[in-house]
Design a protein around this ligand. Structure first.
Ligand code: ADP
Length: 160
């Protein structure tokens, strides 16, 4: 039984995240999407909103489950879920520099857990949650970048 964890803030989930989830789910028996509740990071959506948004996006993927991570190390969460692999997405060299260091640190913390990287699909390379929020904030159309329900909640959020 190969179990993996895909951690992130998902504030909100984008088509880029979803692509990594779909591809990751094909490589493992089970994939946990770990949504972080990081008190040091300000998010647009609450942890419960983000979890619901990810759950809706993965409803048709039977081997994917969403979990909340509240200020715990990813490796500790992975261990408690029986996951032996951390999945991360790579868009560019900026992602690579950060993720490479994180992977080295995580390896030092728990040697038995491996990090694997999936390169972003070309159509998603420019996608990030912050870019999506910025575009939505100024009334731009984000429907090509996020699942339909995220477009709807973003419009509602910025129409207030
Ligand atoms: P964080 O909040 O930790 O910066 P995110 O929640 O934005 O991270 O992303 C979590 C993971 O998803 C990271 O590994 C990140 O590189 C990856 N990711 C984010 N956007 C994309 C994308 N468009 N394509 C592929 N991977 C992505």
């Amino acid at each position: 039984m190969k179990i993996a964890i895909y951690p992130g803030s998902f504030d909100p989930i984008t088509n880029g995240h979803l692509d990594i989830i779909v591809r990751g789910a094909k490589l493992f028996n089970h994939l946990y999407v770990a949504v972080s509740e990081n008190i040091s990071k300000t998010t647009l959506f609450t942890i419960n909103e983000r979890v619901k948004q990810v759950e809706l996006a993965i409803f048709d993927l039977p081997n994917v489950t969403v979990v909340i991570v509240d200020n715990k190390l990813t490796v500790d969460v992975a261990k408690s879920l029986g996951a032996t692999t951390i999945v991360k997405g790579l868009r560019n060299t900026t992602d690579f520099e950060y993720e490479f260091t994180m992977a080295q640190i995580n390896k030092r913390l728990v040697t038995s857990i491996e990090t694997i990287f999936l390169t972003a699909s070309p159509e998603h390379i420019i996608l990030s949650s912050s870019m999506v929020k910025e575009v939505a904030k100024f009334g731009g159309d984000v429907s090509a970048f996020v699942p339909k329900h995220i477009s709807t909640v973003l419009s509602a959020k910025f129409d207030d």
